[in-house]
Design a protein around this ligand. Structure first.
Ligand code: HEM
Length: 507
């Protein structure tokens, strides 16, 4: 249909408005009195800056620019300053400064979805400190111990699914992780409540992860676009935001309201939420603090499990070594426990290599500067979005010889990697500075327990096609959770019986 005069006029007016906003937005406001330069970066275009060069999945582009510009790269998307830090040493130095501890508030998540006070999104300040103070005790040793029975039950349930439906090994791992979390955070155990919790949390997380990527939504750069009418071409982002808003409101309210009514009936199970409510902590704080946990915890943990299964499929000799260690330390008649971890150095090295080889959060969660800063002779203005390039840190050849090789031994014996010091990836895969992942001990404990119990009871190998040929899964560092086939078989009848007995004893 031809546009009517009215429509054409509106299109023209909107285009002019967008242009004026673009133009004004390219004028930079920070003073920079000492005239320090910005960090090095690719040449910028008039008005657009580097907007047209930064793809929405920018990891490869950053790899390319790292070779040209080094460990710190500056780009500008319209008027937004972006800095990418590629080395651990430099990222640590920056992130240790409090001014790097705000978050990047995207227009879509903050203004349109209303998620600005969620744990991972809120700015550094009093309310964020309250979140960390309230959540920390549950994420450290003593707090974790309290939820070990939930992890253990989840683990044996998962092992049973590997016996019955091994082809669903990823789907069921995700379900196990989400169920454990729903139970630990809210005491949710009923199937439909868990499903609903997962559905809405996943929805918000998908939009959040997209929103924080540079260049993903134009409205994050030109906020005025959100006032365009819904029928206006290119306003799909409004529908996306409205859907995420509904889900976000569900995640902050419904599970906590459910705990409250169960507490009133006297039927609430033990959970972080019931604990905090009993202590009289602020309800709004509990709601918004807890609502980020699913998004931060599930995808990252699932990604590590995916990498583990892929690595074990590709490297049966490594799986065999870890199994020999488990057989010697744990034996065949029980499951490994967290206390065994210190006596399983090879499996520990496998854990470290899994997290390094394919880090779950390749660009972390972006930080934002609350004040102008001078860093390494460069000017970094207030409001700059800073990405810690965790992927680049994991590929640093000064720390990791042959970084694309899956090679746990690099963490065991420095003699095996002459002149190379394998940096512990836990120093950066969980982010850096004050905003470092609060769930890192939780993640390590639950992943280690799963890796150990899967290897103790199952053999993982390459699957075979109809003609009996081995299927070698592709390693694609860009793809997220790309499905692959493998063979998962119980190591013995005794291993299968151990699993069935454990599930029967603790359904
Ligand atoms: C392998 C698993 C995990 C990885 C790789 C991971 C990684 C990360 C990263 C890179 C950040 C951003 C840090 C920064 O801004 O510098 C983060 C933040 C966060 N993570 Fe994790 N995470 C994992 C598991 C978990 C788990 C299990 C939980 C909770 C149970 C959790 C809760 C959080 C929260 C709440 C934040 C936001 C912290 C803040 O902004 O102050 N994460 N995580």
């Amino acid at each position: 249909m031809e546009p009517t005069v009215d429509t054409s006029f509106l299109l023209l007016a909107a285009s002019c408005l967008v242009f004026v906003v673009f133009y004004r937005s390219t004028r930079l406001s920070s003073p920079n009195p000492k005239r320090f330069p910005f960090p090095p970066g690719p040449p910028r275009e008039f008005i657009f800056g580097n907007t047209r060069q930064v793809p929405s999945a920018p990891r490869n582009k950053y790899d390319e620019w790292k070779k040209i510009y080094g460990d710190i790269i500056y780009t500008r998307l319209f008027n937004r300053h972006n800095v990418v830090i590629n080395s651990y040493k430099m990222a640590k130095e920056a992130m240790d400064r409090a001014v790097y501890s705000d978050r990047y508030h995207t227009v879509i998540m903050d203004k349109m979805v209303g998620q600005g006070q969620a744990f991972a999104a809120i700015n550094y300040g009093q309310r964020w400190k309250t979140y960390r103070r309230l959540m920390s005790p549950y994420m450290h040793k003593a707090g974790l111990e309290r939820y070990i029975p939930v992890h253990r039950r989840g683990n044996t349930w998962y092992l049973q699914t590997l016996l019955d439906r091994p082809e669903d090994f990823m789907k069921n791992f995700k379900l196990k992780t989400a169920k454990n979390l729903a139970e630990i955070v809210y005491g949710i155990t009923g199937e439909s409540a868990v499903d609903e919790y997962i559905y809405h949390s996943e929805h918000v997380m998908r939009v959040f992860l997209r929103a924080i990527l540079p260049g993903s939504f134009l409205v994050n750069i030109v906020p005025q676009l959100r006032y365009l009418p819904d029928w206006f071409p290119g306003t799909e982002f409004k529908r996306i935001a409205a859907g995420a808003k509904r889900s976000y409101h569900y995640t902050i309210s419904a599970p906590v309201e459910d705990v409250k009514s169960k507490m009133a009936e006297g039927t609430a199970g033990t959970s972080i939420t019931s604990d905090l409510l009993e202590r009289g902590e602020d309800e709004d704080v509990i709601k918004k603090m807890n609502a980020s946990i699913y998004g931060a915890a599930v995808d990252t943990t699932v990604s590590s499990m995916h990498t583990f299964m892929l690595a074990m499929t590709l490297h049966p000799e490594i799986a065999k070594k870890a199994q020999a260690e488990l057989d010697a330390v744990v034996g065949p008649s029980r499951f490994p426990t967290r206390d065994d971890q210190v006596r399983l150095p090879y499996l520990n090295a496998v854990f470290l290599e899994v997290t390094r080889w394919k880090p779950p959060a390749a660009l972390g969660i972006p930080h934002c500067l609350s004040e102008d800063d001078e860093f390494q002779g460069y000017f970094i203005p207030r409001g700059t979005i800073v990405y810690n390039n965790i992927w680049a840190m994991s590929r640093n050849e000064a720390h990791y010889e042959d970084p694309n090789r899956f090679w746990p031994e690099r963490f065991l014996d420095p003699g095996l990697a002459p002149g190379k010091h394998a940096l512990d990836p836990r120093l950066y895969i969980f982010g850096l500075g004050r905003r470092q992942c609060i769930g890192k001990h939780f993640a390590e404990a639950s992943l280690f327990l799963t890796f150990a119990s899967v290897l103790a009871t199952f053999d993982i190998a390459k699957a075979r096609d109809e003609s009996g040929r081995e299927i070698v899964p592709e390693v694609d560092f860009d793809a997220h959770l790309k499905p692959f086939k493998c063979s998962i078989k119980p190591r013995s009848g005794a291993a299968a019986a151990l699993i069935r007995d454990a599930v029967a004893a603790n359904p």
